[in-house]
Design a protein around this ligand. Structure first.
Ligand SMILES: CC(C)(COP(=O)(O)OP(=O)(O)OC[C@H]1O[C@@H](n2cnc3c(N)ncnc32)[C@H](O)[C@@H]1OP(=O)(O)O)[C@@H](O)C(=O)NCCC(=O)NCCS
Length: 309
């Protein structure tokens, strides 16, 4: 019974499938598919030094780690490692070995501060603390039983406001890039994010295999995108919000709610039965919006950080 840690082999479909399966078992509130795992590897920015790792126990993949540098943060030297072990295969040393290999890689790439998400359960928290990580911000996963929910009724937008979909921007997504960049910069987090590279955004975000342009709703004010709600789907039953945001000048007018409600109604009509979303625990406006749709908190993760050196 020996655990080894190695790089995921992107060309081996079995590796990619096992990675997605372990992530799904450990974190069922996130939509992760083999295609999204493969996309994260193929589209990773060179500056991210992204390395997906797997832990194997007697030939079976039982653990995963996503490891890289937060290259799109204005603050240099921040690394991340997100480690998830198959819930029925814990206590074999896979987690510790994944952490060790991940930390060696990040230190070699110049990281001085490491961040990791930890599910808020005593065993996970003490694991993180034993490895030198200290708790910081938390975030909630929320779930909505979309098939049986009573969504607010669809409303006719006020004058000057119209609803479109991201598919209308397929030929020129630049206005969507500007809106996503502005909203993402304001999302509460302990790693600041700044989208400045349009081509990288196209590759990573716009061409993400889970992004459903038709189900992504965009609110236009006087013909310009002012708010949006981005939809990921697994192509079967699960729908997840990848991002909801409103341009600063248009906040507090119900536009994020308008976008997300429109997207949820259309996702339900398309046959999706379960909706997921994730919010920083301090994001009161977004939590208020999600609660108004009937989402309930189903799990909490606590970001932990460790200073190196
Ligand atoms: C969060 C965000 C999308 C809200 O957009 P918006 O267009 O202003 O939102 P809406 O006007 O549709 O709704 C805001 C809701 O939050 C409520 N709200 C606002 N501030 C609040 C606060 N401090 N505490 C509690 N509720 C608050 C409002 O009352 C409203 O709810 P109601 O319609 O039930 O009254 C916007 O602030 C944003 O883009 N933030 C940065 C990106 C981000 O964090 N996105 C979410 C990522 S998960």
């Amino acid at each position: 019974m020996t655990v080894i840690v190695r790089d995921l082999r992107p060309e081996a479909r079995a590796d990619v499938e096992a990675f997605a399966r372990v992530r799904h078992l450990a974190l069922p509130y996130m939509v992760s598919t083999p295609d999204s795992v493969a996309h994260a590897i193929a589209q990773a920015h060179p500056d991210a030094h992204y390395r997906p790792l797997v832990a194997e126990l007697d030939g079976e993949i039982i653990g995963t780690a996503q490891v890289g540098i937060a290259h799109d943060s204005p603050e240099p030297g921040q690394g991340y490692l997100n480690v998830y072990v198959h819930p029925q295969r814990t206590r074999h040393g896979a987690g510790s070995l994944l952490v060790r290999v991940a930390e060696e890689h990040l230190a070699a790439q110049g990281a001085t501060k490491l961040f990791t998400w930890v599910l808020d359960e005593p065993a996970n928290r003490s694991f993180a603390e034993r490895h030198g990580y200290r708790p910081s911000r938390s975030a909630h996963f929320l779930r909505l039983d979309l098939a049986n929910s009573t969504l607010p009724p669809l409303q006719t937008p006020p004058p000057g406001v119209e609803l479109r979909t991201a598919a209308d921007y397929a030929d020129d997504p630049r206005p969507m890039f500007a809106l996503d960049a502005e909203a993402t910069a304001d999302e509460p987090s302990d790693i600041a994010v700044e989208f400045t590279d349009y081509e990288a955004w196209i590759a990573e975000t716009w061409k993400h295999p889970l992004l459903d342009l038709e189900l992504t709703s965009v609110v236009l004010v006087d013909g310009r995108p002012a708010a949006f709600s981005a939809a990921y789907t697994d192509g079967a039953t699960r729908y997840a919000s990848a991002m909801t945001g409103t341009a600063r000048a248009f906040r507090g007018r119900g536009l994020a709610k308008l976008a997300k409600n429109d997207s949820l109604h259309r996702a339900r009509a398309a046959g999706y039965t379960e909706a997921f979303t994730g919010n920083d625990a301090g994001n009161d406006p977004m939590l208020a919006i999600n609660k108004s749709f009937g989402y309930e908190i189903c799990a909490t993760e606590v970001r932990h950080a460790r200073q190196l050196g």
